[in-house]
Every structure is written in C-alpha cells, then in structure tokens.
Design a protein around this ligand. Structure first.
Ligand SMILES: [Zn+2]
Length: 115
C-alpha cells in the first residue's frame, strides 16, 4: 500500500504542462536575447513534478538549462524533495539545486504542443 505522504495528489498532465511551459519560456528568452545570450544569466524554472499545488521555483543558469534540455529533453526537472519514487521516477541527473527524473508516463504529443 502506498504511503499517502509520499504520493500527494498527483497529476501527470500537470507535470507535462509545466515542462512545456518551461520549454516555451526558455525558447522565448533565448530568441529575445539572440547574440547577447550569456550562459551565466539566472533563470527561474517551475518545478516539473506532478504534485497538485506545487509552486516551487528552481533557480539555475541559462547554461545549466540549455544543457538539461539538450541531454534530457523528454524528462523532468524537479526539486529534490519532489522526486516520487513510488510513482516510478528514476533519477537521471543530480545537480546541487535540482534533479532530472524520468517519469514512467506516456509522453503524449510533447512536441505537438509546442507551437
Ligand atoms: Zn514540485
């Protein structure tokens, strides 16, 4: 039986939606910056977990973000406390301030949602 403390209300569509929103924001920022892009620029990212009510923000640099997108485009950046191993999250990458996890979900049209 699952421990409810480990699995608060969870919505995988929410995780995917937050990831898509973060990706769109990043594309917007990089297109606006163009050649003035500086890898040390601080960015704020929404935690891409699926917990209902999670508003946590992850602070990382533009270069960290670009690297995470390059290596883990289909995966999720979450705060360490929001890894949900009971739901099958697998840690792919550990940074000081965030973790990249693979979620065992069917990734419906991730690309299709990017307009
Ligand atoms: Zn979260």
């Amino acid at each position: 039986m699952e421990d409810p403390k480990l699995t608060p209300s969870y919505d995988q569509d929410r995780a995917v939606a937050k990831r898509n929103m973060n990706s769109e924001s990043f594309r917007l920022v990089t297109s606006l910056l163009g050649k003035y892009m500086d890898g040390t620029l601080p960015l704020r990212l929404h935690c891409e977990c699926g917990r209902v009510g999670c508003d946590d923000i992850i602070n990382l640099t533009l270069e960290q973000r670009r690297e995470a997108l390059r290596m883990f485009q289909q995966d999720f950046i979450v705060v360490r406390e929001h890894i949900d191993e009971v739901k099958g999250d697998k840690v792919l990458f550990n940074a000081a301030n965030y973790v990249v996890v693979k979620k065992p979900i069917v990734d419906r049209d991730y690309r299709g949602k990017r307009q």
